[in-house]
Design a protein around this ligand. Structure first.
Ligand code: MG
Length: 336
């Protein structure tokens, strides 16, 4: 039987790099759904990344945007939302569970980004506690969860007050006894500081997205950034890894194009685990393998498996390969 590795087991080794299924396996199944998570586990991936928000009644749910999105949401009778739906934070779970998030709306930009994603019907936004019950089932007890808490300092009205938000999530974590198998991550480092106050032993992952000429989403690491909760890069020689380590973080999770060898070396010096998002193209995956990052977060976990195998590597540490898959030699039909 496989058992969950300790936190240090999330580091890469000479023969393996970890794969995190992003929102399950967004490239091929509807994101942040139990179907997508189950599929990811069943192809042998042992870490999933997903997004958490909270409902008006304090229930942590697995979904990415602060409101229901028209490109991925149908009502009970199968019609697409015409515009943004209700805020998650202003809905009860009972209200949210009436919506179907099993497919992407034809003709939308978002749908065009994921042409291979299966179209399914009848999929609900999952509750976080339901996923925790799934990973406590036999066969899934070695799964780690990379839990992204969605929060935006520019829009505090979209989420509960931070102490309550973190408390809602941690209540589930401790009730379901998964605290030794999770990383808590956020772009909003105010959230991470609250996690440190309420559950100092759970590893915290600092998501980063550096300033760039064209930034399709909010950059969060620069001097005076509201996302950094008062931390100063200048005080750490403008080194993000040094700043995270000084702040008590154990994981750095940068955008893949932001990563360079100098920062990676600094992260190694500070003993940080380095998980990179969101790496989907083969040439980008190869670059991350060349750098020997610890974890590759991807919408296409099968594609990363194949790139690793091409290089004689696998996605599981040596002590967690079980008997079914994960060994490059076994899969490649070698002599062992
Ligand atoms: Mg995420």
């Amino acid at each position: 039987m496989r058992v969950a590795p300790t936190f240090d087991g999330l580091r890469s080794g000479p023969r393996h790099i970890h794969v995190h299924g992003h929102r399950g396996a967004r490239g091929i199944l509807p994101e942040n759904t139990l179907d997508s998570f189950r599929f990811t586990f069943d192809i042998g991936i042992r870490i999933i990344e997903f997004d958490i928000l909270a409902t008006s009644d304090g229930t942590p749910v697995i979904t990415h945007n602060p409101c229901l999105m028209p490109f991925s949401t149908r009502t009970e009778d199968g019609t697409w939302l015409e515009g943004n739906g209700p805020l998650i934070y202003e809905s009860t779970y009972s209200e949210l569970s009436k919506f179907d998030v099993g497919g992407l709306q034809p003709g939308t930009d978002y749908a065009s980004r994921y042409p291979d994603q299966a179209f399914m019907t009848g999929l609900k936004i999952p509750r976080f506690d339901t996923l925790c019950e799934l990973v406590n089932e036999p066969g899934y007890q070695d799964i780690w969860m990379n839990v992204e808490i969605k929060s935006d300092p520019r829009h505090p009205e979209n989420t509960p007050p931070i102490p309550a938000f973190v408390e809602h999530i941690l209540r589930v974590v401790f009730d379901k006894r998964v605290s030794k198998r999770i990383i808590l991550q956020s772009f909003d480092w105010r959230i991470l500081h609250e996690c440190a106050r309420q559950a100092p032993d759970i590893p915290r992952s600092y998501l980063s997205y550096a300033p760039k000429p064209y930034a399709p989403m909010a950059v969060n690491v620069y001097e005076g950034s509201p996302w950094m909760d008062g931390l100063s890069l200048a005080e750490q020689g403008n080194s993000i890894p040094a700043l995270i380590a000084a702040d008590g973080g154990r994981v750095w999770s940068p955008y893949h194009e932001d990563l360079n060898t100098e920062d990676l070396a600094a992260a190694r010096k500070h003993n940080l685990v380095v998980n990179i998002w969101t790496v989907n193209e083969s040439w980008d995956i190869d670059r991350m393998i060349d750098l020997s990052v610890d974890g590759i977060i991807t919408d296409y976990p099968g594609r990363v498996q194949r790139r690793l195998l091409e290089r004689g590597l696998t996605w599981l540490p040596p002590d967690n390969q079980g008997t079914d898959m994960g060994s490059a030699e076994k899969i490649a039909g070698g002599q062992t």
